[in-house]
Design a protein around this ligand. Structure first.
Ligand code: NAP
Ligand code: F7E
Length: 331
């Protein structure tokens, strides 16, 4: 019998890769969408005939109960979130409602309708923030530095609490930054690769950035959704850090991306103080040895491979349709 999975956030980067993965494993995939005045299915357009889309919202408890009751999934992947860190300072209340209480609503709906459903919660390395140790693992204390990070800490611990209080199968993947050609244009990797492609093609001349000294442990989203699925197949629900174990600065990223197309970044990059955050996460690097040992998970794309993949995809997209402003490549 094939398994049935619900994915919230299916229209996002991770949701689209996870839907592909689950379909390749013969799952019946139900994606949760919120109403928009125009369709935003760019990342899942190539899957649209193979998934079922259903309306629900993490702000609306009844919509979640109805969804779970009608679909009766075996697995529930909660990927929906307000995921852009700077926006969380502009909308701290909504960020909390969605990313923190939204997760409580999902847990309650599962507990009430069918406590046997396996739940995946999308936790984040932003919870480590001002890091207490290097590298960060499952036991490293949290010190979030943004309303986004704080909301994810609440979500993480409410998931642990429901697991321990009600014996739910609820896991949190503490994922470090993961990117792809489907990454939103506002995140630093995609902002840079899109700009490099535009400058190379003569469509732009400059790129404004903020803190070039921030370090991140960047991996490929396609690898990271495999880890999500692996965590959900275990006998026991546990939390895992997912990371490459290698950290680079934003400056490294800029140098590599411009260098890939033969450009000198110093001639094009400007610094904009408005892009500096009220509180910064300076240096993240993850220790995923638990996931490697217990799940057999390994990343397959390194930093250089990731940056080249993203620059090439943006060059291809803009060469095919130079006037199109938005994303979204399906590669
Ligand atoms: P993403 O591309 O920004 O996608 C977020 C998804 O959530 C979209 O489908 C979006 O729907 C939905 N969403 C956002 N705000 C919403 C709202 N107010 N109401 C309803 N739906 C909303 O994010 P991602 O990179 O795929 O990340 C997936 C999850 O992993 C998120 O929970 C994120 O916080 C977490 N995470 C990401 C990373 C990373 O490096 N990518 C690392 C750790 C954790 P619309 O299309 O309708 O906007
Ligand atoms: O910033 C610096 C910025 O916005 C990375 C989300 O998926 O990963 C993501 O959060 C770094 C920061 O990602 C610009 O200050 C410099 O230090 O790409 P980002 P993020 O904030 O790390 C975590 C794990 C998540 O969970 C989140 O959902 O790059 N930076 N100049 C810049 N960042 C942006 N966006 N734009 C700049 O111009």
């Amino acid at each position: 019998m094939s398994k049935r999975a619900i994915i919230t956030g299916i229209t996002g980067q991770d949701g689209s890769y996870l839907a592909e993965l689950l379909l390749s494993k013969e799952y019946e995939v139900v994606g949760v969408v919120r109403r928009t005045s125009a369709p935003n299915y760019g990342r899942i357009q190539h899957l649209i005939d193979r998934v079922t889309l259903r309306p629900a919202d993490l702000l609306d408890q009844l919509s979640l109960i109805r969804l779970i009751d009608e679909v009766r999934p075996h697995e529930f992947y909660n990927l929906a979130a307000m995921s852009f860190v700077p926006a969380s300072w502009d909308q701290p209340m909504l960020t909390g409602e969605f990313n923190a209480q939204g997760v409580t609503r999902v847990l309650e709906a599962i507990r009430q309708v069918d406590p046997k459903i396996h739940l995946y919660q999308a936790s984040s390395s932003e919870m480590f923030g001002k890091v207490r140790e290097v590298p960060q693992n499952e036991l490293t204390p949290f010190y979030p530095r943004s309303p986004y990070g704080v909301s994810k800490v609440f979500a993480h611990y409410i998931t642990v609490n429901y697991r321990e209080s009600y014996d739910l199968y609820a896991v949190s993947g503490i994922l470090f930054n993961h990117e792809s050609p489907r990454r939103g244009l506002e995140f630093v990797t995609r902002k840079i690769t899109d700009a490099v492609a535009r400058i190379k093609l003569g469509l732009a001349t400059t790129l404004a950035l903020g803190n070039l000294d921030a370090h991140r442990d960047w991996g490929f989203a396609g690898d990271y959704v495999k880890a999500m699925w692996m965590m959900m197949q275990r006998e026991r629900a546990e939390d895992y850090v997912i990371a490459t174990g290698v950290s680079h600065s934003v400056r490294d990223l800029v140098e590599l991306a411009f260098g890939h197309v033969g450009l000198d970044w110093r001639k094009h990059v400007t610094l904009d103080p408005k892009l500096i955050r009220p509180a910064e996460v300076e240096h993240l690097v993850g220790d995923s040895s638990k996931a490697r040992a217990q799940l057999g998970w390994e990343p397959t794309v390194d930093f250089a491979g990731l940056v080249k993949m993203m620059v090439d995809a943006d060059l291809d997209r803009l060469t095919a349709a130079p006037q199109v402003a938005g994303p979204v490549s399906t590669s």
